[in-house]
Design a binder for this molecule. Structure first.
Ligand code: AMP
Length: 292
């Protein structure tokens, strides 16, 4: 264990587990926020939520790990933004107790040589939306989160509503695999103009950044539409497509309307229906969602 910048740092599963077991022996609750780093206030709001839940005597652990198994070969793994120094300072300022910073070599030993061969797969909630657009993505997410849970041994783990489908999948996995962990989903942190905070926003040029508000404007337009009564999925999808076409840098990947809990698609969109969309701004793919 190293103490850098006042935050204890662990870099192997064994060292992390040893620390977690000691904290448990001391009767301290462990709150956990898994991230891929390049932290922003959305992440920090999850940290604050975790702190509230474990109390001043509890331990808040943040993991920073850009998990290779959730990226397709064509995606942005190698250029995913990283700034560990800044992340550490943010964590220290927020009173994070411990950072878990594992390497690929300790998370997936022998993966390049084909030795690593165990994955966790959720088979129902992952079929649509992000699972359809990014076929290998959720297998990587469930695998890494299960592994991180086994390293950090948290009592409670906080996820962002920004990744709504991911949170539902993690909740399902936690129940199905009997992890004794409370899963909390915390609200989406947004910029002043409504754009959901995301590490990937750093990729946007000024023009794309301006047009990126088309995601939240789409959700708001759908909210306005259903206020007057139920709307057919096809009609609302057409209206959203038209709105997105007004932003020249934007290209719709998908928009879906579904039950917020079950993620089952609806036939008719009404107040309370959940909406999620993925939009490319240039080469950058952004997602957002909201309850209508
Ligand atoms: P990431 O680093 O993007 O993998 O995200 C790590 C965690 O932070 C996930 O639970 C995300 O859902 C959550 N998160 C990302 N962006 C936001 C945001 N704008 N507001 C709240 N949580 C977020």
């Amino acid at each position: 264990m190293r103490i850098v910048c006042g935050v204890k740092t662990y870099s192997t599963p064994a060292a992390m587990q040893r620390a977690a077991k000691l904290w448990k022996q001391e009767g301290r609750r462990i709150g956990f926020v898994p991230t891929m780093g390049y932290l922003h206030d959305g992440h920090m709001s999850l940290v604050r939520d975790a702190r509230k839940r474990v109390g001043p005597n509890g331990i808040v652990v943040v993991s920073i790990y850009v998990n290779p198994t959730q990226f397709a070969p064509t995606e942005d793994l190698s250029r995913y933004p990283r700034d560990l120094k800044r992340d550490r300072a943010l964590c220290r300022a927020e009173g994070v107790d411990a950072l878990f910073l594992p390497s690929d070599a300790v998370m997936y030993p022998g993966r390049d040589a084909g030795a690593y061969s165990t994955y966790v797969v959720e088979e129902r909630l992952t079929r649509r939306m992000e699972g359809a657009s990014r076929p290998a993505h959720f297998r990587g997410v469930t695998t890494v989160v299960a592994k991180l849970f086994n390293c950090v041994l948290p009592d409670v783990s906080v996820f962002g509503a920004k990744d709504w489908q991911q949170a539902a999948v993690i909740r399902r996995m936690t129940t199905d695999l009997n992890f004794p962990i409370q899963i909390v989903v915390a609200p989406t942190g947004r910029a002043e103009d409504g754009l959901a905070l995301s590490s990937r926003n750093a990729y946007l040029n000024p023009e794309e950044r301006e047009q990126a508000t088309v995601l939240i404007r789409s959700i708001e337009a759908a909210r306005t539409a259903v206020r007057r009564g139920p709307v057919g999925v096809a009609d609302l999808t057409k209206a959203i497509r038209r709105l997105i076409a007004t932003a020249p840098a934007a290209k719709l990947d998908y928009v879906e309307f579904f039950h917020g809990e079950s993620l089952e698609p609806v036939d008719e969109v009404r107040k309370g229906t959940h909406m999620a969309l993925a939009v490319f701004l240039g080469k950058t793919r952004l997602i957002d969602n909201g309850r209508l």
